[in-house]
Design a protein around this ligand. Structure first.
Ligand code: ZN
Ligand code: ZN
Length: 286
């Protein structure tokens, strides 16, 4: 909730093919971007988990900066119920002229966006205020089975393109089917779960993720506090990881009471070995 010398508020930048998605925008997020020379103008979508300040205090500043830049996209802001109201209150509070076009979408459980490259889903969490988690998944894609087409002698070019588009072709008088000449590669998936008590939606949304970024505000020794404040412990984060069959768990959003987060990391690792604790500017290719 309070940034420390080592840790900024929460924010996660997801780089897709042609644009970036920012998930949560705690205080100081735009400066973090600047320090890593990431242009904020690449951000097309902002996904807000909930309106507690540690997840949103960076929004007004970032939007003002976009307004003062050459920002030509429409900024899409997704968030739980109440997001429209909070955005309009924010606009009034900071007396800024809106120079960019913003579209707001209030979301609950289900698919919230899809294009040729990705699918974004949201699911409702239990945090005492409207709160959602998100998953971003690359679309599955079809690849040519090179061995197979080589054997038939099909040359590079439009015929292979047709097969890749799931269409059959005729080669030397014989029909070639995409189901034999191609195969499907599963798109990578990341999930982001912060600020909630343990609930079924966590597991459903994170199902089969390559990477799950999950809060572990407390260690199990403070399980009661976690319950009272509707947060997760490290053990509960690893429970989600196991039940959702994910590949890698990244813990984040630690209570400032812990001088070192090694205990939190170790606790989760006892139950789910491929666990790492997030640090500022952590970067990962999925
Ligand atoms: Zn919160
Ligand atoms: Zn929080």
């Amino acid at each position: 909730m309070i940034p420390t010398k080592e840790r900024n508020h929460t924010a996660l930048l997801v780089r897709c093919k042609s644009y970036d998605i920012l998930v949560d925008c705690g205080e100081g997020t735009q400066r973090q971007l600047k320090m890593k020379k990431i242009p904020p103008t690449r951000i097309r979508k902002i996904l807000i988990s909930h309106w507690h300040g540690d997840h949103t205090l960076g929004l007004p500043g970032l939007i003002q900066t976009l307004g003062a830049s050459n920002y030509e996209s429409v900024l899409e802001i997704y968030g739980p119920k109440g997001t429209r109201k909070h955005m309009s209150a924010m606009k009034k509070a900071f007396l800024y002229e809106q120079r960019i076009e913003i579209k707001i979408k209030e979301v609950s459980t289900g698919k919230i966006f899809e294009d040729n490259d990705i699918i974004i889903r949201a699911a409702k969490l239990e945090h005492g205020v409207p709160c959602v988690c998100y998953s971003i998944k690359e679309q599955d894609y079809r690849r040519i089975n090179l061995q197979y087409v080589k054997k038939l002698g099909i040359p590079q070019g439009p015929l292979l393109g047709k097969l890749q588009n799931n269409k059959s072709i005729v080669w030397k008088g014989k029909k070639v089917m995409p189901k034999n000449a191609t195969y499907i590669v599963k798109g990578k998936k990341i999930a982001y779960i912060v600020d909630t008590e343990l609930c079924n939606n966590c597991i459903k949304l994170a199902k089969d993720s390559d990477v799950l970024v999950c809060e572990a505000t407390f260690a199990s020794e403070h399980e009661e506090k976690a319950f009272d404040y509707k947060h997760l412990t490290a053990k509960q984060a690893s429970q989600i990881a196991n039940q959702a069959n994910i590949k890698m768990l990244i813990l984040t959003h630690f209570s400032q009471r812990y001088k070192s987060i090694k205990d939190i990391e170790d606790e989760a690792r006892t139950y789910f070995s491929n666990t790492r604790a997030a640090f500022d500017f952590m970067k990962m290719k999925v």
